[in-house]
Design a protein around this ligand. Structure first.
Ligand code: ATP
Ligand code: MG
Length: 115
């Protein structure tokens, strides 16, 4: 089975404090993976790195064989996020909500539109 997520030697520090320390992790395509750990273990930081919201201090992240450092935009097209809290617009129907999110997904960003 091929890899969906491959993390090697991932480090993150804030002001010299290591919050992710040499993480190696592989998740295969089709695998269901629970990412658990004590409070402050660095789970959210790792997920933020995987979703390009936080820059790692060092290490390599590959999503579906795309190198995050070389192609952050390409990596973004490989993942989806389900939010912890309800993010539906209650004034819209379910179908309208789905259409809204589909449109946002394919909409060019404000910078692209300005150009
Ligand atoms: N932006 C930041 N600046 C400084 N320190 C941070 C920052 N974000 C996280 N930390 C620190 O990094 C460590 C790991 O935090 P993180 O939120 O990744 O842990 P977690 O495993 O998600 O914890 P929890 O189970 O409580 O959600 C903690 O000590 C936290 O205080
Ligand atoms: Mg967390």
């Amino acid at each position: 089975m091929s890899r969906m997520i491959e993390i090697s030697g991932l480090n993150k520090d804030y002001s010299g404090k290591k919050v992710v320390d040499g993480l190696d992790l592989q998740v295969d395509k089709g695998e269901l993976f629970g990412f658990l750990g004590p409070n402050g273990a660095g789970k959210t930081t790792t997920i933020r790195i995987l979703t390009t919201l936080t820059k790692p201090s060092s290490g390599r992240v590959m999503i579906n064989s795309i190198d995050m450092a070389k192609d952050p935009s390409g990596v973004k097209s490989e993942f989806g996020v389900v939010q912890q809290h309800l993010s539906l617009n209650r004034d819209l129907t379910i179908a309208e909500n789905m259409e809204l999110h589909a449109r946002l997904l394919t909409s060019p960003g404000p910078n692209e539109r300005r150009g």
